[in-house]
Design a protein around this ligand. Structure first.
Ligand SMILES: CC(C)(COP(=O)(O)OP(=O)(O)OC[C@H]1O[C@@H](n2cnc3c(N)ncnc32)[C@H](O)[C@@H]1OP(=O)(O)O)[C@@H](O)C(=O)NCCC(=O)NCCS
Length: 154
C-alpha cells in the first residue's frame, strides 16, 4: 500500500492547494453519483462556490486531503471533522476496497483520539462495517419526510 500523508485542505500556502480543490470537487461529484452514500439530497455546487466553501469552511474542525507521501501531487481521499465531531471520509473510487479507508481512519483516530460521530446511509454496508469494526456504535435512525420543497438542497 502506498504511504499516505494528511494535508490541510484549507492551507493556501501548500504548493498543491489548487490541485486539492479540484480533487475535492471531483470527489464530491463521485459521491453525489452514489445513491447509497448520500443521506441528504445535495446538488453539485459550481466550482467557484466549492472553492469558497472549502476556503471559508465554517463548521469544520479539520479538513484533510490524503496524498501520497512520496508524491503529494497524487491524491487518494479526504477526511473532515465538523465542529460537532462528525467524521466524513471519502476514498477516490479508483482506490476503494484496497484498505485505504481503514488505514486512514485508524491513523486519524490514533493521532486524534476522541469522541466522534459518523452519519451513514443504511445501505452503505461497507462504511457501516468499517466504522463498526473501529468501535463506533449505532445511535439512532434518521427519518425523512419528502415535502414539496427540498430544504436540504437549498
Ligand atoms: C466507505 C469508504 C470510506 C471505505 O474505504 P475503502 O478504502 O473503500 O475500504 P477498505 O478497503 O478500507 O475496506 C473497509 C472494510 O469494508 C469492507 N467491505 C468492502 N466492501 C464491502 C461491502 N460491499 N459490504 C460490506 N463490507 C465491505 C472491507 O472488507 C473492509 O473490512 P475488513 O478490513 O474488515 O476486511 C470508501 O469506500 C468510500 O469513500 N466510499 C464512498 C464514500 C463513503 O461511503 N464514505 C463514508 C460515508 S460515512
Amino acid at each position: 500500500m502506498i504511504p499516505l500523508e494528511f494535508r490541510d485542505a484549507q492551507d493556501k500556502e501548500d504548493p498543491n492547494h489548487g490541485r486539492h480543490l479540484r480533487f475535492l470537487y471531483d470527489l464530491l461529484r463521485e459521491r453525489l453519483d452514489q445513491a447509497s452514500v448520500n443521506i441528504t439530497h445535495v446538488k453539485m455546487p459550481s466550482y467557484e462556490d466549492h472553492v469558497l466553501f472549502v476556503e471559508g469552511q465554517s463548521g469544520y474542525e479539520a479538513h484533510f486531503v490524503i496524498v501520497n507521501e512520496g508524491d503529494p501531487t497524487q491524491m487518494f481521499a479526504t477526511l473532515y471533522v465538523t465542529d460537532r465531531c462528525e467524521i466524513g471520509i471519502t476514498v477516490a473510487r479508483s482506490h476503494q476496497d484496497k484498505g485505504y479507508g481503514r488505514w486512514i481512519l485508524e491513523t486519524f483516530l490514533s493521532e486524534f483520539p476522541g469522541t466522534y460521530y459518523a452519519n451513514i446511509n443504511p445501505e452503505n454496508f461497507k462504511s457501516q462495517k468499517l466504522f463498526g469494526s473501529l468501535g463506533f456504535k449505532p445511535l439512532q435512525y434518521t427519518y425523512k419526510l419528502e415535502g414539496k420543497t427540498d430544504v436540504a438542497a437549498d
